[in-house]
Design a protein around this ligand. Structure first.
Ligand SMILES: Cc1cc2nc3c(=O)[nH]c(=O)nc-3n(C[C@H](O)[C@H](O)[C@H](O)COP(=O)(O)OP(=O)(O)OC[C@H]3O[C@@H](n4cnc5c(N)ncnc54)[C@H](O)[C@@H]3O)c2cc1C
Length: 425
């Protein structure tokens, strides 16, 4: 149940990276770490990040000059699927340099790259991102954390919650309102805020799963951030947010596939040896068809992730493809873990097998980094724009705007819009 059948879609170098990370996971990660994290005995996986950075595995796609490897997005997604086998908490710790790094690599100055990106990829600085506020996470552009210019710095006030990695972080990527008069999409800016600038960090909530990744509440009270720590343009955070959502959502998707794969693997092995009514349960279609469906869904999810990653590699617009990958992969992951638990029966509900832990992890995947509802919102919006070149709800003459595929439908079915209109009158 792994990505080897996808080799036909991968280059030699991409396969090598996947195999390298698979070996890393098998040989370098202490299984006790996962247990300690789940048991709240470890507040942040520092050692894991150190080990991964020593193997030069953080932020694979970033330039070598800043401690990356200069690989492509597909390679990075292959790596994250392998790390995802370990669960969401470690997958998240591994992905954050890629997510925060995107904003610095794409929009940061050379000094910011030197001071933040390179040390992050070398495992010397831990990063985290603060978008979600107590007021809400889905409505990102409703951000109320404020940054007010004062001399050579900004004064930031606000609160962010559920900041993954926050407990261990040396610095935070913070979005704040810098323009109270402009429309929401032109009102926010992004900042690199060092923890030692006075950020208050605490572990405010006890989590259902994904423990040990240091999810924190952070409070910013009159924090003075030098103007040099603004990333990109003032009031220009929309572009940064859009760029960051590519790794944010793709890493969630790829990691979820790894997690689903783990659950499915456990379920297949269990079904092949557990007996009921004189046969192994794998003989019953009620069981084996679940396995068929989950394997198919995970493969389809992987296909969506690769497509989105290839679009990103080509520098092509990928918002809809990324959202489809995130939506489908995280839902497939959750369904797979749930079905795996069903296949294991009662013992699946205990902590004898890791299924219950994977189940608690998987539940987060469809909520964070943009919930399934928000993914659907983006997908439908882009579809209506693509087909009608108008937002949903806005009436348009289809014959004026339809792209090629719709023209084919018109031709094949003699679907003359005028005829339709007349028939409907
Ligand atoms: C463990 C954990 C780690 C996290 N890590 C981070 C992190 O590192 N950084 C960070 O910034 N955030 C992080 N988050 C926050 C996460 O991204 C948000 O919880 C998520 O985006 C949803 O925001 P919300 O919880 O405020 O829910 P809300 O935005 O209040 O939404 C509540 C519900 O309403 C739905 N909804 C909202 N608007 C619509 C709409 N227009 N149409 C249909 N449905 C809608 C949502 O899908 C959801 O089901 C983390 C969360 C958790 C639990």
């Amino acid at each position: 149940m792994d990505s080897v059948m996808f080799d036909v879609l991968l280059t030699e170098s991409e396969r090598r990276v996947r195999d390298e990370v698979r070996t890393f996971v098998r040989t370098k990660v202490d299984p006790d770490l996962i247990i300690r994290m789940d048991g709240n005995e470890q507040e942040y996986p520092y050692d894991f990040i150190k080990t991964a950075s020593k193997a030069n595995l953080l932020g694979l796609r970033f330039p070598k000059a800043f401690a990356g490897r200069g690989l492509n997005w597909v390679s990075e997604m292959l790596a994250i699927e392998e790390i995802g086998v370990l669960g969401i908490a470690l997958g998240c710790a591994y992905s954050l340099p890629s997510i925060v790094g995107e904003s610095i690599d794409k929009f940061g100055t050379k000094d910011q790259k030197k001071a933040y990106l390179a040390p992050t990829l070398r495992g010397e600085k831990i990063c985290a991102e603060g978008l979600t506020e107590p007021r809400g996470g889905s409505d990102f552009f409703g951000t109320i954390t404020s940054a007010v210019p004062q001399g050579d710095h900004f004064v930031i006030n606000g609160e962010k919650r559920f900041v993954a990695g926050g407990i261990g972080a040396d610095y935070f990527l913070i979005y704040a309102k810098t323009n109270t008069k402009a429309p929401p999409h032109k009102s926010l800016s992004a900042f690199l805020v060092d923890r030692n600038m006075g950020v208050e960090v605490d572990e405010h909530y006890s989590l259902m799963g994904c423990r040990g990744m240091g999810a924190a509440r952070i409070v910013l009270k009159d924090i003075e951030v030098p103007k040099d720590n603004l990333i990109g343009q003032l009031d220009g955070a929309t572009d940064i947010f859009n760029a960051m959502m590519v790794p944010e959502r793709l890493t969630s998707a790829a990691g979820a596939i790894g997690l689903g794969r783990t659950a499915l693997d456990l379920a297949i092995r269990y079904a092949a040896r557990r007996e009921a009514f004189g046969h192994t349960i794998s003989r019953y279609e009620g069981v084996s068809f679940k396995i068929a469906d989950c394997a198919t869904a995970l493969d389809a999810a992987r296909g969506l992730v690769y497509r989105a990653a290839r679009l990103a590699d080509e520098g092509l617009p990928s918002r809809k493809a990324v959202s489809q990958a995130k939506l489908f992969a995280t839902e497939a992951c959750y369904q797979t873990v749930s079905d795996a638990m069903q296949i294991l029966g009662g013992i699946g509900y205990t902590d004898v097998y890791p299924i219950e832990r994977l189940f608690r992890d998987a539940r987060l995947a469809t909520i964070w980094t943009g919930s399934s509802e928000i993914m659907r919102l983006i997908i439908q919006s882009d579809i209506f724009k693509e087909v009608l070149k108008a937002p949903r709800g806005e009436k348009r003459d289809i014959e004026l705007d339809t792209p090629g595929a719709s023209k084919t439908v018109e031709k094949v079915y003699r679907a003359d819009p005028d005829q339709y209109r007349k028939a409907e009158e």
